[in-house]
Design a protein around this ligand. Structure first.
Ligand SMILES: Cc1ncc(COP(=O)(O)O)c(C=O)c1O
Length: 421
C-alpha cells in the first residue's frame, strides 16, 4: 500500500467522489432515509436499488394504462419485451437489434437456450461447464443432461486452457459465467467462445454479474447464446424478468423446448399446431410481466445515460479502493482478498475471505449497518454498484468492518445460517 498517496485517508475517497462524473446519478435512486440513513448498501450485485423514475413509470402503468385503458393497452405492451431487449442490447450487450428479448427468469432462459443448443447438436453427448459456476446454472444443465441422456462435465477451473482442453468433438454445449459470482473473476468470453466453435460446439454465457457493470460485446465476440438477470446492476427490482440473447444467424434453426403461444407466428390466429416465428420472438413462452419489463426499461435507461464505459471506469476505481483498504486494514486481521488483484480481471464486486466470515457478516449488517452478502464457505461479498455506491461508502464500510473485528463484536454472534445469506 502506498501510504504516501494517502490511500487510506478518507479525504482521498472524498476527492474521488468530488471528481466522479457519475455522482449525480445517485440522486436518481430512492436512498435510505430516516433511521436507515446511515446504511451502507454493498449488495447491488444481488438486488440493485430502486430508480425514482420506476415509481412514476409504474404509477402510470397501474393508474392509466391498466386502470383506465385495461385490455386496450395490450397492443402497445405486446412488443415491449423485444423493444426493451433492443435497448438493453444496444446500451449494454453490444448486440444489434432483434437478438435480445426480456422474458422469464434467468434459470428458465438457461433451460430454454441450453435445451435448444443440445437439440441442435443431436449426435453429441457432452455439456461442459465450470464446477464453480452458479448453482442454478449447474442444476439446470444437470437437468438437461439427465433428460436427454447426456453427460455434464464440470471442469475444475475457469481458465481458458483448462476449459478449452475439456471441449472436444462430442461437446454439444459449453455454458459458463462471464463474471464469477464468488470471486468476480472475468472469463475470456471471446477466447472460450472461439475454442468451443473450433470443436463445433455452441456457447451459452451467463451475464448475471457483468451486464450493467462492464462492457459486454456479444456480437463482436461471436457469442451464440446468452442469458442474464436484471435485478442486479440493471436495478429492475426483485424478480424482474431476465433477458436472453440469441445471435441472429442461429435463431431460425434453434427450437426452445417450451412451445408457448408467444413464440407462435400469427399468435392470434390460434392455429392448430406450433409454428414458431423465425426471429427472437420464438424464445418467448407466455404472457410477459409488463410491470417487470417496464422496470427493466427504466434500469437500462439510467445505465444508457451513464454510458457503460464510464460505469466500468468507476467500477474499477471503486473495487481498487476496496482492495487497497483491505490490504492495509483487514489483512492484519486475518482477511484475504479472494478476488483477482488485477482490476482488468475483476468485475464489480470484491470478495474478502475470513475463517469467521459468516459471523462477521452478520455483525456487520446488524451493528455495522453495512450490507454486503455472504457466500459459503467464508466469503463476504462486497458489491460496488457504480450508479449508487460512493467512494466514501467503500471507505466507511471498510472502516466499520475493521473496527468491528478489532473489537471482537462478531464473537457474540452464532454460526447458524439464516435462510437467505
Ligand atoms: C450467475 C447467476 N446466474 C443466475 C442467477 C439467478 O437466476 P434466477 O434469477 O433464475 O434466480 C444468479 C443470481 O444471483 C446468478 O448470480
Amino acid at each position: 500500500v502506498d501510504h504516501g498517496s494517502g490511500a487510506t485517508e478518507r479525504g482521498r475517497a472524498e476527492r474521488l467522489d468530488a471528481d466522479d462524473v457519475l455522482a449525480p446519478l445517485r440522486d436518481r435512486f430512492v436512498l435510505p432515509t430516516g433511521s436507515e440513513s446511515d446504511l451502507i448498501y454493498l449488495d447491488g450485485n444481488s438486488l440493485g436499488m430502486l430508480p425514482r423514475s420506476s415509481l412514476a413509470r409504474l404509477r402510470d402503468l397501474l393508474e392509466e394504462e391498466w386502470g383506465q385503458q385495461l385490455v386496450r393497452s395490450w397492443p402497445s405492451w405486446i412488443g415491449l419485451p423485444m423493444q426493451v431487449g433492443d435497448r438493453l442490447g444496444a446500451a449494454l450487450l453490444g448486440a444489434d437489434p432483434g437478438q435480445v428479448v426480456v422474458a422469464d427468469s434467468t434459470s428458465v432462459n438457461l433451460f430454454k437456450l441450453g435445451w435448444a443448443a443440445v437439440d441442435a447438436r443431436p449426435s453429441r453427448t457432452r455439456i461442459v461447464t465450470d464446477a464453480g459456476n452458479f448453482p442454478t446454472d449447474r442444476y439446470v444443465l444437470e437437468g438437461i443432461a439427465h433428460a436427454r441422456g447426456l453427460t455434464l462435465d464440470l471442469v475444475e477451473a475457469q481458465e481458458l486452457d483448462a476449459v478449452a482442453d475439456a471441449i472436444d468433438e462430442q461437446t454439444a454445449l459449453v455454458s459458463l459465467s462471464h463474471v464469477d459470482y464468488r470471486s468476480a473473476a472475468i472469463a475470456d468470453v471471446a477466447g472460450l467462445t472461439a475454442a468451443a466453435h473450433d470443436a463445433g460446439a455452441l456457447v451459452l454465457w451467463d451475464l448475471a454479474h457483468s451486464a450493467g457493470a462492464l462492457a459486454v460485446t456479444l456480437d463482436a465476440w461471436n457469442v451464440d447464446l446468452a442469458v442474464g438477470c436484471t435485478y442486479k446492476y440493471l436495478n429492475a427490482g426483485p424478480g424482474a424478468p431476465a433477458f436472453l440473447y440469441v445471435c441472429s444467424h442461429l435463431q431460425a434453426q434453434l427450437r426452445q423446448p417450451i412451445w408457448g403461444w408467444f413464440g407462435q407466428r400469427e399468435q392470434f390466429a390460434m392455429g392448430a399446431g406450433y409454428d414458431p416465428i423465425p426471429g427472437i420472438e420464438r424464445f418467448q413462452v407466455g404472457t410477459p410481466s409488463i410491470p417487470g419489463v417496464m422496470l427493466v426499461d427504466e434500469g437500462v435507461a439510467l445505465l444508457a445515460e451513464a454510458g457503460i464505459d464510464r460505469v466500468r471506469a468507476k467500477s474499477t476505481a471503486l473495487t481498487s479502493l476496496l482492495v487497497q483498504l483491505a490490504d492495509a486494514w483487514l489483512a492484519p486481521l486475518g482477511f484475504t482478498v479472494a478476488s483477482p488483484r488485477d482490476p482488468a480481471q475483476r468485475g464489480s464486486h470484491v470478495s474478502i475471505a475470513h475463517p469467521d466470515g459468516y459471523r462477521i457478516c452478520r455483525a456487520l449488517i446488524d451493528e455495522g449497518r453495512v450490507v454486503p452478502d455472504f457466500r459459503a464457505p467464508d466469503r463476504i461479498r462486497c458489491g460496488l454498484s457504480p450508479l449508487t455506491t460512493r467512494f466514501v461508502d467503500v471507505w466507511d464500510a471498510m472502516d466499520r468492518l475493521r473496527s468491528l473485528v478489532q473489537r471482537g463484536v462478531h464473537l457474540s454472534y452464532g454460526s447458524d445460517r439464516a435462510a437467505v445469506t
